[in-house]
Design a protein around this ligand. Structure first.
Ligand code: SF4
Ligand code: SF4
Length: 368
């Protein structure tokens, strides 16, 4: 539902209304040379006129004369850290005077967060994380509590980076579902669309002027243009059979010569959900904390089972990442685990490109 047009001079009203409704606003800002999500209270803190240049192993910001706040593609974060916490204590144990060990659950105490500037690819990734954390036989209580308290303000993407390929995965650049509000940004302001009852209730008192047919046409043209400018693509939306027919492809060895097994790609990937658990014991010998933290299929510990690491070398770790992400996700979740955000390409220190690797491994013939 198109709610109306919000001139940029009134953009602060979005932040004010969300805060009055009890939300902490998380929005993009420039920090340490990148666009990151942070707590913001003022429209002036948004990255006005900034644009990103991304390519394999490269992320740079440039200042332009544009009055827009969202004329960039994405930064290293997606929604993942706000729902799947990078580090989360799950329970504590305590040895009391009776020498008996007592366990107590640490219940999540999430606050209401409004995230502004969510991209279509990140909404698609959130949908995948929902499948994993909420729709299995054991829903994750921490994720569920944080997810319930999210208010999502999407912004359709009109400035894709060279690393983006959401059009080829079918996940962008236009946000079509999963948001409370969606904005299209023009030089003058925002075409506001409500996607939920919460979104409709939030904007109802604003008395926005209707969007004109010319504004809508121009918005549609900009989004379509953004999709057309994307040059990267995956060979297909389902590479499962091709990948598993090529487990012995020589390319796995070649990519392993460049890959550092650093795990950057999995940390920035909005759909990766691997984690490990650790017990942190206090020096007094009476207290211990059980903590869940992000892990990566590139670490030695990730595939450690009693007495051995199953994937001991980089070749098998990279192959595991790619064949899971683009292959066996189809068995688990009915689609690929890649939403085309391109983050793993830009933030890989040696510029390994998932679209290139998938194309080489899957091109012509099996090496299985
Ligand atoms: S695999 Fe790479 S491009 Fe695909 S969703 Fe993850 S980070 Fe984005
Ligand atoms: S592919 Fe790149 S980001 Fe991923 S582990 Fe290898 S070097 Fe690191």
């Amino acid at each position: 539902m198109q709610a109306g047009f919000l001139p940029r001079a009134r953009f602060q009203m979005l932040l004010d209304t969300l805060q009055q409704a009890g939300y902490r606003c998380i929005a993009p800002r420039v920090r340490d040379g990148a666009i990151v999500y942070d707590t913001l209270t003022r429209a002036e803190e948004f990255p006005r006129g900034m644009r990103d240049r991304q390519s394999p192993g490269v992320y740079r910001l440039e200042r332009t004369d544009s009055p827009r706040y969202f004329s960039w593609a994405n930064g290293p974060q997606a929604l993942k850290p706000f729902v799947f916490a990078p580090r989360e204590p799950l329970w504590r144990s305590e040895r009391k005077d009776d020498s008996v060990i007592h366990f107590s659950e640490i219940k999540p105490a999430p606050e209401r967060l409004a995230v502004i500037g969510v991209r279509a690819c990140d909404l698609a990734a959130l949908r995948l994380q929902d499948r994993h954390f909420l729709e299995g036989p054991f829903p994750d209580p921490g994720y569920a509590a944080r997810r319930k308290n999210l208010f999502l303000v999407a912004v359709h993407c009109t400035h894709p980076a060279d690393t983006c390929f959401c059009a080829s995965t079918g996940d962008g650049p236009c946000a079509t579902q999963g948001f409370d509000l969606a904005l299209h940004e023009s030089d003058e302001g925002y075409l506001v669309q409500a996607g939920s009852d919460k979104g409709r209730a939030l904007v109802a008192p604003w008395a926005l002027v209707p969007v004109t047919a010319a504004q809508q046409r121009e918005a549609d043209r900009e989004v379509e243009d953004g999709a057309r400018r994307q040059t990267r693509r995956l060979p297909s939306r389902n590479l499962r059979d091709d990948l598993f027919a090529n487990l012995s492809h020589p390319r796995w060895e070649e990519v392993a010569e460049r890959c550092l097994s650093c795990g950057n790609c999995t940390a920035v990937c909005p759909t990766c959900f691997c984690h490990s658990a650790a017990d942190e014991t206090a020096l007094d010998g009476h207290h211990s904390l059980h903590v869940r933290q992000w892990d990566s299929c590139f670490t030695q510990g990730h595939s450690y089972i009693h007495g051995m690491t199953v994937r001991a070398d980089t070749r098998t770790r990279y192959r595991q990442w790619l064949t899971h992400k683009l292959g066996s996700w189809h068995d688990q979740y009915g689609r690929s685990g890649c939403v085309g955000c391109g983050r793993c390409i830009a933030w890989c220190p040696v510029g390994i490109d998932i679209t290139e690797e998938a194309a080489v491994v899957c091109r012509g013939g099996a090496h299985g």
